[in-house]
Design a protein around this ligand. Structure first.
Ligand code: NIG
Ligand code: FE
Length: 408
């Protein structure tokens, strides 16, 4: 009887285990998979023969590198329509905030999303998820936030759940009811925050539709006090907290996320040194979204030096959304994080593996190559993992393994 369902061999491993040095690299390494789980990882020459001697299947890496499956921990990939018209307006000089204040921006996607059928939303979102998988993604977070009424927010979350059932990817869902004030509640901000806290959150939690709750803390969105209400209501229903913080202005969002025990604070372009310090003390992960920085033509970068100095873990995500980051490529997100924010290629890969897993509360299950973890792997035709954020516009991903199954 075979002891191993799949043996991945013939190349090198970037395990991303911190204790193993840069990239957690293992030259001439193998990954043995049994029952969807990693059974053994290490150098081929010391692999236990009883584990790797007679595999059902061998995946030959052909001299390339194996990494943990990539984790895109911040997306808004379920949405109707697109906003290419606003892209043109911004290129002609209008700002993202001006467009939002004139009723466009997030609210234009809300109109398109409410009008779309669930099949349309599912089909367009599936195409985006498939594109992510083709670049090595095995876990993706998906937010609601383009419904802004109870029915459409829950509909978005169930579509996100359905994506995880239909496609070979783990989907983590986040309720982002506090993304923008819907037109029905103009002049009644407190009424809308009530709706989020008293109806959306309890229902999403009760129906098992959300794993986390998020809010957009910004001048064009919600105040720190309003966001705090939302994250506290989420926590009361067992949902982890996330926060869109300090993207366009410093609202002390990073410190707020830390104070509320949120798993992450995301964007952070305007975060202060104190914000970074508070995140470190609370163990809040920084989620860097260089696609939005690039696409909106921002000039102020997140305080990478302070985040590093204080020891804040840094994740990277696509922020895939129609307004600020129509980026459907985790590799380009890593590349932009290096070029625009000054991350090292190793920090970039950690940002889409180990650090991203902790944003989703999946450390110990995914994000590194280690025995006992889910067998989610990506195989790359590169001669060193620093090539992953180096190439632009080519996809060196050769194979993806999800829970032990090689995707065809
Ligand atoms: O993460 N910042 C807020 N939310 C999104 C943008 C959403 C939109 O413009 O549709 C973001 O950048
Ligand atoms: Fe976002």
């Amino acid at each position: 009887m075979s002891t191993c369902d799949l043996l991945v061999r013939g190349g090198h491993l970037a395990t991303m285990q911190a204790a193993l040095g840069p990239y957690g690299a293992v030259q001439d390494g193998v990954v043995a998979v049994r029952d969807g789980t990693i059974a053994w990882v290490g150098p081929e020459e010391v692999a236990p023969p009883e584990l790797v001697g007679d595999p059902d299947r061998v995946l030959d890496v052909d001299g390339g590198w194996v990494t943990p499956g990539l984790i895109d921990a911040h997306t808004h990939l379920v949405f109707g329509g697109d906003r290419a018209d606003e892209f043109e307006q911004r290129l002609a000089g209008a700002s993202y905030e001006e467009i939002a204040r004139a009723g466009g921006g997030i609210l234009s996607t809300v109109r398109a999303t409410r009008a779309a059928t669930s099949e349309e939303l599912f089909d367009t979102a599936s195409q985006r998820v498939r594109a992510l998988i083709s670049e090595g993604v095995t876990t993706v977070e998906v937010k609601s936030g383009y419904g802004l009424d109870v029915e459409t927010e829950l509909r978005m979350l169930s579509i996100a759940r359905r994506l995880g059932d239909a496609l070979p990817v783990t989907v983590s869902t986040t309720l982002l009811g506090a993304h923008a004030l819907p037109p029905e509640f103009e002049g009644d901000r407190a009424g809308y925050v009530d709706l989020v806290c008293r109806e959306m959150i309890p229902r999403a939690a009760r129906e098992g539709l959300a794993d986390a709750v998020d809010a957009f803390c910004e001048g064009i969105a919600f105040t720190p006090d309003e966001c705090a209400r939302v994250l506290r209501a989420g926590a009361a229903h067992g949902l982890a907290g996330r926060l869109h913080a300090d993207q366009l202005s410093d609202r002390s969002g990073a410190a707020l996320a830390a104070r509320l025990g949120a798993r992450s604070a995301d964007h952070l372009e305007h975060t202060s040194d104190e914000g970074a310090r508070a995140m470190a003390a609370a163990g809040t992960v920084a989620v860097l979204l260089p696609g939005a920085f690039h696409f909106l033509g921002e000039t102020r970068t997140p305080p990478i030096g302070a985040l590093r100095a204080h020891g804040v873990a840094m994740a990277i995500a696509t922020d895939l959304n129609p307004g600020s980051s129509p980026l459907v490529s985790p590799l380009l997100a890593m590349s932009l994080a290096c070029v625009l924010f000054g991350l090292t290629p190793e920090e970039a890969l950690c940002g889409m593996t180990r650090a991203a897993a902790s944003v989703l509360g999946m450390e110990g299950r995914r994000g590194v190559l280690r025995a006992g973890l889910e067998a989610d792997l990506a195989v790359w035709a590169v001669s060193h993992p620093r090539e992953l954020p180096y190439w632009m516009g080519v996809n060196p991903c050769r194979s993806v393994v999800k829970a032990g199954a090689v995707l065809e």
